[in-house]
Design a binder for this molecule. Structure first.
Ligand code: ATP
Ligand code: MG
Length: 130
């Protein structure tokens, strides 16, 4: 079973999270800058003309499609590396993934998201069917 983790994290935690993911052997991922807000609805900032409300905060979204056998370890790694304990640390969303297809080889499913030296190879796991 393939899953997708959508991790919304602080901008200044991106390098820590990327490094931690690399360390456990997560190879395939993508990320982009997003704007949004959670339950505080933004933050108050102090400017030259007094305080003002910023209600769409910039965060980084990291997307990882992976085998569900690596899901928990990857979640724990993100939780540990993205954590400050202050409001705004982010949220993780997990989804089931219907299909992945590598264009060049037409590999599908798990085979299409396994890479040389990745978490599965390190754990001595063979490619599995789907
Ligand atoms: N329900 C949601 N759906 C999609 N994106 C969301 C949702 N809620 C929050 N977000 C996004 O996730 C980010 C994380 O927000 P944030 O870390 O402030 O979470 P929180 O739920 O307010 O918890 P905390 O109390 O730690 O601040 C938001 O800035 C926004 O980009
Ligand atoms: Mg919040």
């Amino acid at each position: 079973m393939l899953k997708k983790i959508e991790a919304i994290i602080r901008e200044d935690k991106v390098n820590d999270v990327k490094d931690a993911l690399e360390k456990i052997g997560i190879v395939g991922l993508n990320m982009f800058e997003i704007r949004g807000h959670g339950r505080q609805g933004g933050i108050q900032l102090l400017g030259r003309a007094g305080t003002y409300q910023v209600n769409m905060l910039t965060k980084i979204q990291i997307n990882i499609v992976l085998s569900d056998r690596n899901l928990e370890e990857t979640i724990q790694t993100i939780l540990d590396s993205a954590y400050t304990g202050e409001p705004g640390d982010g949220l993780l969303f997990v989804y089931p993934v219907e299909e992945v297809i590598r264009v060049r080889t037409r590999e599908r499913g798990q085979d299409a998201v396994m890479y040389p030296g990745d978490i599965d190879e390190r754990k001595g796991r063979a490619k599995v069917g789907h």
